[in-house]
Design a protein around this ligand. Structure first.
Ligand SMILES: [Zn+2]
Length: 353
């Protein structure tokens, strides 16, 4: 399914430039990053699962007929994550896939509630992701950080548990930098999560809720005023509200834009109608991300190719886009400077006569 969704419009050498460009990924989900290769490995460990282990059958399995089908497949992959070793394997292998795309730094959105609710011990879960993080950094050079997100559809019980896991000093993993909110927006108002975000922020975490992906700009305002969002996941409907765009630009609140995901979930009808260019025109700091890449038939490289087309970017423009993600990240200043310098060196080398 990947092939026919990959953006074929960008010139070939631009694709090669993107493939080698050092990047940061700020909006990508842990389970949603399980590629057919990883899913096959997990399914082989749990033969009672209905997920096929053969790569060809898996490719069919990953071809979604509609959004409900996507959720169904997503949940069947969640069902494969049953032990701390499954968690470690998934995390480590996701890092391998990121490293292959020259991702130097990624903030991975993890929903620990999905695992603890299924009986995985919280401490063992934290150890598994931390072991994978350290191993991946040593082996691939990719730095991972975590965003723990509330699965909005699971209600306040999940918010309470996620806040507990994120703020309890005996559990909270070293790599945790932020607190998020995912799941459906319709019927799940953002303000009810304010107390949980207040706790996370008081514990030193950054606020990065999804907002305005499938609902209007008011959800984004709520995320800003109630949840004190420092970045917005998606923020697609900000395009409908010039005052909001001006606010985002003035306060330098970045958007984590995931173009292919927006088409796959029908949040935006066609890629030509995607508001990415409108955000840039309004002076908003945009970053480009992949969300649930294998499930949407994309990867971060492809999202950069899509952005190049929507924004008319050349190599320098793409390098600036990559630097946006570095600057919008929660990496320390020295780490940011190091990746930005690497992007500059790579770009200069590419463009040198
Ligand atoms: Zn997301």
């Amino acid at each position: 399914m990947t092939d026919h969704l990959v953006d074929a419009h960008a010139p070939r050498d631009l694709h090669a430039f993107i493939a080698g460009l050092p990047k940061a990924e700020l909006h990508v989900h842990h389970v949603g990053s399980a590629s057919p290769r990883i899913v096959a490995e997990l399914a082989a460990r749990h033969p009672d699962s209905r997920v096929p282990t053969d790569p060809e059958a898996l490719a069919d399995y990953f071809t979604f007929t509609d959004f409900a089908h996507f959720i169904d497949v997503y949940l069947s992959v969640v069902d494969l994550i049953r032990t701390p070793e499954d968690v470690r394997l998934l995390t480590y292998e996701v890092a391998r896939d990121l490293a292959r795309q020259q991702v130097r730094y990624a903030e991975l959105t993890i929903t620990p509630f999905s695992s603890t609710r299924r009986g995985i011990d919280a401490r063992a879960f934290m150890e598994a992701i931390e072991d994978a993080r350290k191993e991946a950094e040593a082996e691939f050079g990719t730095v991972l950080r975590w965003c723990f997100d509330i699965p909005g559809e699971a209600g306040l019980e999940s918010a309470e548990e996620t806040a507990r896991l994120a703020t309890d000093d005996r559990l909270r993993p070293e790599g945790l930098v932020s607190f998020g909110l995912g799941g459906p927006e319709i019927g799940v108002p953002r303000p009810q999560f304010k107390p949980y975000f207040d706790r996370a922020i008081a514990a030193g975490l950054h606020s990065v809720p999804h907002a305005g992906e499938t609902t209007g700009p008011q959800t984004i305002w709520d995320a800003l005023t109630e949840l004190r969002a420092e970045r917005i996941g998606h923020g697609t409907s900000a395009a409908q509200d010039p005052k909001l765009l001006a606010h985002l630009a003035e306060h330098r609140i970045p958007l984590e834009v995931c173009p292919t995901s927006n088409i796959a979930t029908r949040a935006v009808r066609t890629i030509e109608e995607h508001p990415l260019a409108r955000f840039v025109e309004a002076g908003v700091l945009v970053t480009v991300n992949s969300d649930d890449p294998p499930m949407f038939g994309t990867d971060l490289d492809n999202e950069y190719a899509v952005a190049a087309r929507l924004l008319g970017l050349d190599e320098r423009g793409l390098a600036d886009l990559a630097k946006n993600a570095v600057s919008a990240s929660f990496l320390d200043e020295a780490g940011k400077a190091r990746i930005a310098a690497e992007i500059d060196t790579y770009t200069a080398g590419w463009l040198a006569p």
